[in-house]
Design a binder for this molecule. Structure first.
Ligand code: FES
Length: 171
């Protein structure tokens, strides 16, 4: 024999959602959405905003890709990498030390420096291929960067400026 209260419970589950229940469900859903949004914003706020690898360090190629007595240019970092006739490497900034224009490599050189120069198009400064000032208005040599050799790959670190003697990477 059926219990009348069971019948009533069974029927209550089949009833369409009443207004009160609808607002409870809608309210709980809204609270849940706002909570999830707050968690997302908090996670984003607490996440580190720094790059783990320094963007100043970059790969310029391998020992074989830059032949002796040649130059490779990285336009993104504005850096020349020269390989001299002995096979040694060194990296020079293309940022003119006068007002920061990008200097260009002139393989034809200038009188007295026929092996090539680095020339700034803005106000005419000229630098030797080792970065020394040949002609102003620039007063200071171009920055020289340390190079590293790892697994036959060549890297330049623009965070580390070095002297003319220290810049040479012997391979
Ligand atoms: S910025 Fe290069 S000479 Fe002035």
């Amino acid at each position: 024999m059926d219990n009348p209260s069971d019948k009533k419970d069974k029927n209550s589950n089949d009833k369409p959602m009443d207004r009160r229940r609808f607002f409870v469900v809608a309210g709980n859903s809204a609270v849940g959405l706002v909570g999830a949004g707050c968690l997302g914003v908090t996670y984003d706020f607490l996440s580190p905003k720094v790059l783990l690898e320094s963007p100043s360090r970059f790969r310029i190629g391998t020992v074989e890709t830059i032949q002796p007595n040649s130059m490779a240019y990285d336009a993104e970092h504005r850096v020349f990498v020269f390989r001299d006739t002995q096979g040694y490497f060194y990296a020079i900034s293309a940022n003119c030390t006068h007002l920061g224009c990008t200097a260009n490599w002139k393989a034809e050189g200038v009188p007295g420096h026929e092996e090539g120069v680095i020339a700034c198009p803005c106000h005419g400064s000229i630098f030797s291929k080792k970065g020394d000032v040949i002609q102003g208005p620039a007063q200071r040599a171009l920055d020289r960067f340390r190079m590293h050799l790892e697994d036959n790959k060549l890297f330049v670190d623009t965070d580390e400026t070095v002297s003319e003697e220290e810049m040479i990477l012997k391979v």
